[in-house]
Design a protein around this ligand. Structure first.
Ligand SMILES: NC(=O)c1ccc[n+]([C@@H]2O[C@H](COP(=O)([O-])OP(=O)(O)OC[C@H]3O[C@@H](n4cnc5c(N)ncnc54)[C@H](O)[C@@H]3O)[C@@H](O)[C@H]2O)c1
Length: 365
């Protein structure tokens, strides 16, 4: 099979490209490296079955030769990334998805969309199953990502209905593992970076908010199962074991042997308080479920981060720097008790940048 992977130079995309190559498929990777990293695919470039095209998929998606499947992963995914690139995020979720769908249509290829648990917004039901329609603020800062993905799902479903395109939708929940960028603003990478560099682990809110963390190898097996099926879904792909952010901090501290403190910062706007996928549909239809628990997944991720000390130091400084700027009170979530206490630049400890305020290290794409 020859698979076009948009966003193949990113965290998940590069793992997907490698997994496809390992099982004997050919890969055309398209990326503009807006949030990806050439280093993610450097080890694949010598493989004759791997091709790379530098492309902005919001402009056009052209691939010469046969294409049997399109995996559309291109999109900023971490909150700091999409908050820094609001219009690009909307463009790649809308025009980029349409371009990728048209490529699949031209080749009569299978199309899978990397959607997100963020389509559930701040969910009013818990845990989340696919039948839940979500609770999204359509004009809030995070809407550039959430609504772009909701549109991406809508247009993919419309291509299936209108053109009978073989579409599958994955709603990916927090995924972590090697090749995350240390300062990408996601909770796992932030905590590991902070723990390994002796910086305080920053928790946004009281740390009681929950997330479920899926190790990247498990997630990629799920995407391959979806690619190989003809099911549309949507399918929740994530690990249903729920942890509070405080628990995660404790595990990371214990695993790294770090003596870092824990520091609490204001909760960001629209930060979901609970997230856990119901994965019954993926179990029954795709025969998929996660196998790697948080301890093993974190062990592998910490080992990856430890092997890159030069990146860690720079990233710890970047995370710290982001927290030293200030944010307008309106960007801090109501009800945190911190709305009136956002200090000016001098009182840097509890202040956060618009980016840091909106993203927190508690989130993921
Ligand atoms: N990692 C997660 O936990 C998670 C959770 C939910 C959904 N997802 C989805 O999975 C996909 C991959 O996420 P990731 O974590 O690997 O993020 P990432 O930022 O590491 O990768 C995204 C890739 O897309 C590329 N890209 C962005 N805009 C592009 C454009 N216009 N043209 C070409 N390339 C472009 C980036 O350069 C990057 O390489 C995203 O669609 C994201 O929404 C990820």
């Amino acid at each position: 099979m020859r698979v076009a992977v948009t966003g193949g130079g990113g965290f998940l995309g590069s793992h997907l490209c490698a997994a496809l190559l390992r099982r004997g498929d050919s890969v055309v990777c398209l990326d503009n490296f807006s949030t990806g990293d050439p280093e993610n695919i450097a080890h694949l470039l010598s493989d004759p079955c791997f091709e790379f095209q530098h492309a902005d998929v919001s402009e056009a998606v052209e691939v010469a030769g046969r294409v049997d499947a399109v995996a559309h992963l291109a999109s900023p995914a971490s909150p700091p990334d999409y908050l820094r690139r609001p219009l690009e995020t909307l463009a790649v979720g809308s025009r980029g998805t349409e371009n990728a769908l048209r490529l699949a249509l031209r080749h009569d290829a299978r199309f899978i969309l990397a959607s997100t648990s963020e389509v559930y917004g701040d969910p009013l039901v818990h845990p989340q199953e696919e039948a839940y329609w979500g609770n999204v603020n359509s004009i809030g800062p995070r809407s550039v990502y959430d609504e772009a993905k909701r549109y991406a799902e809508a247009v993919s479903a419309a291509y299936r209905r209108t053109h009978h395109l073989d579409v599958g939708i994955a709603r990916i929940f927090n995924t972590y593992g090697p090749r995350m960028r240390p300062h990408d603003g996601r909770v796992v990478s932030s905590f590991i970076t902070q723990a390994l560099t002796g910086e305080p682990l920053t928790i946004y809110g009281d740390g009681k908010q929950t997330r479920s963390f899926c190790f990247v190898d498990d997630l990629i097996r799920g995407l391959l199962a979806l690619l190989d099926s003809c099911a549309m879904g949507p399918f929740n792909l994530g690990n249903p074991v729920e942890h509070t952010v405080s628990e995660l901090a404790e595990i990371v501290l214990a695993m790294t042997g770090s003596t870092s403190e824990v520091k609490y910062l204001p909760l960001p706007v629209d930060d979901p308080t609970r997230r856990r996928p119901v994965i019954t549909r993926a179990r029954e239809v795709l025969g998929w479920e996660p196998e790697i628990d948080i301890t093993e997944g974190l062990r592998r991720t910490v080992a990856y981060f430890r092997a890159r000390p030069e990146r860690l130091a720079a990233s710890a400084a970047a995370i710290r720097g982001a927290q030293k700027e200030t944010v307008p009170p309106a960007m801090v979530a109501r009800g945190t008790g911190l709305e009136q206490s956002i200090p000016g630049p001098a009182a840097a400890d509890t202040a956060v940048t618009p980016t840091a305020a909106l993203r927190p290290s508690t989130l993921s794409g």
